[in-house]
Write a protein of this length. Structure first.
Lengths: 290, 570
């Protein structure tokens, strides 16, 4: 049995290493100050896809990412780890998308790819933490979904068995292909980049990147067709421009505040039962706890 | 997140040495592999870019997996049960990572599944792995053995074994026996040829075998009955799949505890001859050991670097008497000297690896076609330099690794004596580097002939004649002075034509040559990259000059008659 897997991946600012320049004065994320990385849980998702590829020979893993031109790096990162190809969805019209507009654009691209058995993505991205895009893509494509997956245990015919990580334990569920799986951060970490793949794919470029490239290996891209990364815009995926980007995003940011934490006051209590009781009541009343 | 390749600019600096162009051109046979392998480079720049990218992968794995596992691996160690070894769980995790990253068989040709990298970038990977966990370097670095199998095995053997190593199977070199340590001529493991089965059988015991439960072993055994010296020894390949070798015990060691050191029992173990009979020790093992010594140099450099970093970090954080202890001259001198020794060691390591690279690439080409006269000349020149620099470098760098590890603990004070800090593990791990693959004393034995025949001096004079920036002239003058003192004491030691007297001073002479050479290498580094190497060049050359003066003073004032006082057993 061979599978066709699409992995949804996002390039995100590395919010785990936030410095003082992480936010702009207007309260938006200063993307230039933060390194752009492969969203961590999407890497967990990629690993699940690659494990299926290891287990079922002939399986192909294709990445799909939406973002600016530099997000092509996400596809290369996937190729370096064992993926077979990828699509970059990029267009000014996609910019400013909330989860609804994002899932719309992704679902249109997936319709264009057409042929797939499983869509795997990370549970959520570290920049927005919404966990909405995977489920919304499933809804838009009319597919069932298994969220919080920790391990895709097996696939038999068109049945998939998945272990889910829940708040208070694990649950094993079955589903029918095709479907969407969102993978939890507790799933195994992604394998490292591979020395051969990185040498094989390091020249892989989208058409825009090729135009900007300074090194020109003239026959490279015709001799090695897999180095040409597919780049799609709104028109390529037959998307309705109004439903994309800012115009397709009902989420509006009303106000952003910079919050600076200060220790305003401190008090010292004698360690008596009465004092502790009093403190607990106070903390519950002002919603510090509970 | 750090990356061991990106956070050490010296690596990129050494990778881009001008000699690399020649090395890569030879190794890549003018870039002909690109038509048959999708991961082969197009040209020199493409190849260099590939080395950097792969070294970045190594740097990442070292930082994210190998280094964080090191402490636990050190505590847990490998186990032996029913004759088989199980690695510590962290070791297993490290091995999985390097296998998945395709970092086995790095220097092997692509047709066998390797990456066809020159030795230099491979050794850079070893440098980083050692910094992360010197014990793990032993397992990973045993892929060196494939080099020997490739050089001396036949085509059929290469095809059967090398792709397995590239796919991640491990190797070992089974040389030492209870009565044959430094003196390998005494190896007694018996190899008997069976006409009936058309194969060899091995019987006997090996001891101190690193990774002795490996998948593929290279074994030194006595194939010529009745012989007692090195000429009766041959090299064999033992495949674990055939069975016949059990691990009787693993040693409880002081350091590099993650690496299983095994006692092996061979009971009619089926084996095949590698290369020709009787050349086992005198040719193949000598080649194997030279490769392994370069690996130990890399291990020493990694440990020196790690020790410097631990010492520097602690000295910067630890406050006493109201300030960070690195503010005190007694401490900052120590830290600066550690940095200088690590940089000097690294310069020596890559100078040596480049010599080995040119020599080996030409040697390999000579298997495919007859070399042109100038190529033969080139091969001879670099072969000799590799021969001279390997023992000198192994001796110097492993002693420095020990000194740096010692100083790292000293900087930590009482805390360094506790198990809470990494420096105590580095200290234990470093201690073996100047012992195995030939003790420093044996490196001196190999190096002294290059002192007496002038190989080192000729090379030093070449370094001296290079062009340096005017601001480095003072340093160059110091080195010229050191060289002349070195030259003078070599003359003094040779003058009486007494080999015992020469042997007595040999280590001093070899070290003096080392100080001159390493000083010049750092001078060249500083000439190219002032920011990263000037400080180390200044510090090291001052130190080296004082050391050479000490040696000079000792030898010039030494009375040959006094040799008797040293013979404690007389």
């Amino acid at each position: 049995m061979s599978l066709k897997i699409i992995v949804l991946a996002k390039q995100v600012p590395d919010t785990r290493n936030v410095g003082k320049d992480a936010m702009k004065a207007d309260g938006t994320v200063n993307r230039a100050a933060l390194p752009a990385i492969f969203n961590p849980e999407d890497l967990n998702a990629l690993e699940q896809a690659l494990r299926l590829k290891d287990e079922y020979p002939g399986t192909t893993v294709t990445l799909l990412t939406m973002g600016p031109g530099r997000a092509a790096e996400i596809i290369r990162e996937g190729l370096y780890r064992g993926a077979d190809g990828g699509y970059l969805l990029t267009d000014r019209a996609f910019a400013g998308a909330d989860t609804l507009a994002t899932s719309y654009a992704l679902s249109m691209a997936i319709r264009k790819i057409k042929d797939f058995d499983i869509i795997i993505c990370g549970r959520q991205a570290i920049d927005g933490d919404t966990a909405q895009v995977g489920p919304q893509v499933a809804e838009k494509l009319g597919l069932s979904q298994i969220t919080y997956a920790e391990e895709i245990q097996k696939i038999e015919k068109s049945n998939i068995t998945v272990k889910r990580r829940l708040e208070r334990g694990v649950e094993t569920v079955e589903g029918k292909l095709p479907l969407v799986v969102t993978v939890n951060g507790s799933a195994p970490e992604c394998r490292p980049r591979n020395a051969k793949y990185i040498q094989k794919y390091k020249h892989a470029k989208t058409i825009t990147e090729k135009q900007e490239a300074t090194i020109d290996y003239t026959d490279l891209f015709s001799n090695r067709p897999y180095l040409n990364l597919v780049e799609w815009n709104v028109v390529d995926v037959n998307a309705d421009v109004v439903q994309c980007g800012l115009s397709g995003s009902p989420t509006k940011v009303k106000k952003i505040e910079n919050v600076v934490f200060h220790a305003k006051e401190s008090k010292t209590l004698e360690p008596t039962d009465a004092n502790i009781d009093e403190l607990m009541k106070e903390l519950i009343t002002n919603h510090t706890i509970g | 997140m750090a990356n061991y390749f990106l956070d050490t600019p010296a690596l990129k600096h050494h990778l881009h040495h001008p000699l690399m162009k020649r090395i890569v051109e030879l190794k890549e046979r003018n870039y002909t592999d690109k038509d048959s392998f999708d991961y082969a480079p197009y040209d020199y720049e493409d190849a260099m870019d590939s080395y950097e990218k792969v070294l970045e992968i190594v740097g990442e794995i070292c930082d994210e997996i190998v280094a964080p596992n090191a402490e636990r691996v050190d505590q847990e160690g490998p186990k032996v049960k029913d004759g088989r070894v199980t690695y510590a769980s962290g070791t297993q995790q490290n091995l999985d990572a390097v296998r998945k990253a395709g970092l086995m068989g790095i220097s092997m040709p692509r047709r066998y599944g390797g990456l066809n990298f020159p030795i230099t970038p491979y050794i850079m990977a070893a440098d980083m792995v050692s910094r992360a966990d010197a014990g793990f370097e032993n397992l990973w670095g045993l892929q060196d053995c494939a080099e020997t199998l490739y050089e001396f095995g036949n085509d059929d053997q290469r095809q059967r074994y090398i792709p397995r190593v590239c796919a991640g199977e491990t190797m070992s070199m089974d040389l030492t026996e209870p009565d044959a340590g430094s003196d390998l001529q005494s190896v007694m493991l018996k190899a008997t040829y069976s006409e009936k089965d058309g194969c060899w059988y091995l019987n006997g015991v090996k001891r101190f075998i690193t990774n002795g439960d490996s998948d593929i072993h290279l074994v030194l055994a006595r194939s010529e009955e009745g012989t007692r010296d090195g000429r009766g020894l041959s090299m064999f390949i033992y495949d674990k799949k055939n069975g016949g070798v059990d691990v009787r015990r693993i040693e409880n060691k002081m350091g590099i505890k993650g690496s299983p050191t095994c006692e092996l029992v061979y009971k009619n173990a089926k084996a095949e001859l590698c290369g020709e009979r009787k050349l086992g020790l005198i040719k193949y093992v000598m080649a194997l050991m030279n490769g392994a010594r370069l690996g130990i140099m890399a291990q020493a450099v990694g440990l020196s670097e790690a020790s410097f970093r631990e010492g520097y970090a602690y000295a910067s954080e630890r406050k006493q008497f109201g300030k960070a202890i690195i503010e005190f001259p007694a401490v900052y001198e120590m830290v600066a000297l550690m940095r200088a020794k690590a940089d000097a060691s690294r310069a020596m390591l890559y100078e040596t690896s480049r010599f080995v690279d040119v020599y080996k690439a030409l040697d390999d080409i000579s298997r495919e076609r007859k070399l042109e006269p100038e190529e033969r000349q080139e091969m001879k020149k670099y072969g000799k330099l590799a021969d001279a620099f390997t023992p000198l470098g192994k001796g110097m760098t492993t002693e420095y690794a020990n000194q740096n590890a010692y100083d790292a603990i000293q900087i930590h004070g009482g805390s360094g004596f506790m198990k809470d800090y990494a420096c105590e593990r580095l200290y234990r791990d470093a201690r073996i580097t100047n012992i195995y693959e030939g003790t420093t004393q044996l490196q001196v034995v190999a190096a002294i002939r290059h002192v007496t025949t002038g190989t080192y001096l000729t090379k030093i004079r070449e370094y001296e004649a290079l062009e340096y920036k005017p601001e480095l002239e003072d340093l160059r003058q110091k080195l010229i002075e050191m060289t002349s003192r070195y030259d003078e004491v070599v003359g003094l030691a040779l003058e009486p034509k007494d080999s015992e007297y020469l042997d007595f001073h040999a280590r001093r002479l070899v070290e003096a040559a080392g100080h001159c050479i390493m000083g010049y290498l750092l001078l060249q580094d500083a000439n190219k990259d002032e920011e990263n190497f000037r400080r180390s060049a200044e510090v090291y050359i001052s130190y080296g000059q004082a050391e050479v003066n000490k040696i000079y003073s000792y030898i010039t004032s030494f009375d040959r008659e006094d040799l008797g006082y040293f013979k404690v057993n007389d």
